[in-house]
Write a protein that binds this ligand. Structure first.
Ligand code: FPP
Length: 250
């Protein structure tokens, strides 16, 4: 697609500020083509590039990608090793693009579980992009929502031990302070590729009111056109957050 053909921000009915994506179907994409699963992950990394660039161009404020779940550690060692190598390569190669697009790079999850070489590159990319003013690109790595909520509960229990009064006054929104990244915005739109209708332990607390969009397209085929389709579908949603629209209920 040439720059001339790309849709403008104004051409969308409405755009989400924060988008989150469950990137699924790399393996199926490869199998359908008689290719090794690795080829699916490589092609998936290309989709990460294309989607990040387009979200930044359209002026979204946050993009959160489920890149590796706590459950993914159960995959064969060779595949886990390949995904970690791919992630490390991606982090090194994408730095130029991240800086050119003023992207702020972040990561959430049990990052201590990642190989030291990946953590080094993660820290470098985070540090380098910290003062950029553009879109936040956040990778969920070794991430599981139940673990995140358990950590929060344990921290609150610890606080209760030290300062019971501080806990009594906690409101619903205060739980945010104990999550991996308190500043993270709740996703307005949560997309899942490859057709499965589930959340798979991703952002269970943060996605309470997210609009959901599931497409049958496998992640390696999810590029600009599929992103635009998801954003246009979001534009047609009416968000009530459990309430009524002003002209309803009369
Ligand atoms: C799902 O495909 C995807 C993953 C396990 C992780 C996502 C990884 C990438 C997109 C690759 C690179 C990412 C970065 C950030 C460089 P699957 O293997 O579960 O597919 P399947 O369900 O069809 O087997």
């Amino acid at each position: 697609m040439s720059a001339k053909e790309k849709p403008s921000r104004e051409s969308f009915e409405k755009l989400p500020d924060a988008l989150a994506i469950i990137m699924d179907g790399n393996g199926r994409w490869a199998e359908e083509r008689g290719l090794p699963r690795k080829a699916g992950h490589e092609a998936g990394a290309e989709s990460v590039r294309a989607v990040t660039r387009e979200c930044a161009r359209l002026g979204l404020t946050e993009l959160t990608l489920y890149a590796f779940s706590t459950e993914n550690w159960k995959r064969p060692g060779e595949e886990v090793g390949f995904l970690m190598d791919l992630l490390e390569r991606y982090l090194v190669q994408e730095r130029k693009e991240i800086m050119e697009n003023a992207i702020v790079f972040r990561a959430i999850g049990e990052l201590e579980a990642l190989p030291p070489s990946v953590r080094t590159e993660l820290d470098r990319t985070r540090e380098m992009s910290r003062k950029n003013g553009g879109m936040v690109l956040r990778l969920a790595l070794s991430y599981g929502s139940r673990k995140e909520i358990l950590r929060a509960a344990l921290e609150i229990a610890e606080l209760a031990r030290k300062d019971p009064a501080a806990v009594e006054s906690l409101g619903e929104d205060d739980l945010r302070r104990f999550l991996y990244e308190p500043e993270m915005r709740d996703p307005d739109l949560l997309v899942r590729t490859a057709g499965e209708m589930r959340l798979s332990n991703f952002l269970l607390w943060q996605a309470s009111y997210s609009e959901l969009h599931v497409t049958d397209v496998c992640w390696p085929d999810f590029r600009e056109a599929e992103l635009h389709a998801a954003l246009r579908a979001y534009g047609e949603r009416v968000r009530r957050f459990g309430g009524l629209l002003s002209d309803e209920g009369r």
